[in-house]
Design a binder for this molecule. Structure first.
Ligand code: PGA
Length: 249
């Protein structure tokens, strides 16, 4: 059985006091979440204080990005060993905002996936199509290409310690969620594609949906057979809303 995983992607939001209040709120409701694994991914500046505030609770934490290099002259960057040093378990790689705004190609994303695993971090690999690609019927082709870049770099074995988040770009931060059926179709496609390479790894792999998930639409999405939780942006910044999404998983 795959245990659902709900991860909050805080993006570039939060001061220390806001983060402390949010973590307090999450911890206050944690005992009502019986099924899902709960994870938060704050900005780099907040990871150390979030780690401390979580105080060995069951909530996991991670980062939103990493550099492919371990150390060196890369001004403004943060590496896998630094994230491990902070106790991170997870790191998001290939978020569509990184791909679109910071020019991360499929190959760079694959290298980041590899770098994460080299340092014992579990990558949450984001894949997804634009509205234009969907309308042109290219959704599966785009996602296949994004997955193949990673498989070519780390092999299918790399997916035995990873999470994939399907995030249709047109649904991120827009309030336009994929319907449960639209999301399930793509999740099934991802699982079947990887199953062709290793059916056990594929059957055990957790596939999150992301893109305007809210308490109101979470259950319909999470009820789908190939959707194992969510990657939550905006709605992860409100403790009550985030907890309700976690409960739906
Ligand atoms: P959203 O973001 O929930 O605000 O749409 C999801 C994401 O980008 O991970």
């Amino acid at each position: 059985m795959r245990r659902p995983i709900v991860a909050g992607n805080w993006k570039m939001n939060g001061t220390q006091s806001e983060a402390a209040a949010l973590i307090d709120g999450i911890l206050a409701g944690l005992d009502t979440i019986t099924n899902a694994e709960v994870v938060v991914c704050p900005p780099f500046t907040l990871i150390a204080m979030v780690a401390k505030a979580l105080n060995s609770s069951s909530v996991g934490y991670g980062a939103q990005n990493l550099n492919v290099h371990d150390v060196g002259a890369y001004t403004g960057e943060v590496s896998g060993p630094m994230l491990r040093d902070l106790g991170c378990t997870y790191v998001i790689v290939g978020h569509s905002e990184r791909r679109a705004l910071y020019g991360e190609s499929d190959d760079i994303v694959a290298e980041k996936f590899r770098a994460a695993q080299q340092h014992g971090l579990v990558p949450i690999l984001c894949v997804g199509e634009t509205l234009e690609q969907r309308e042109k019927g290219q959704t599966e082709k785009v996602i296949a290409t994004q997955l193949e870049a990673v498989v070519d770099t780390v092999g299918i074995e790399g997916f035995s310690e990873a999470v994939i988040a399907y995030e249709p770009i047109w649904a991120i931060g827009t309030g336009m969620t994929a319907t449960p059926q639209q999301a399930q179709e793509v999740h099934r496609f991802i699982r079947e594609k990887l199953s062709g390479l290793d059916s056990t790894i594929s059957a055990n792999l957790r596939l999150q949906y992301g893109g305007s998930v809210k308490e109101a639409n979470a259950r319909g999405l999470f009820d789908q057979p190939d959707i194992d939780g969510g990657l939550i942006g905006g709605a992860s910044l409100q403790a009550d809303e985030f907890l309700n999404i976690c409960r739906a998983a």
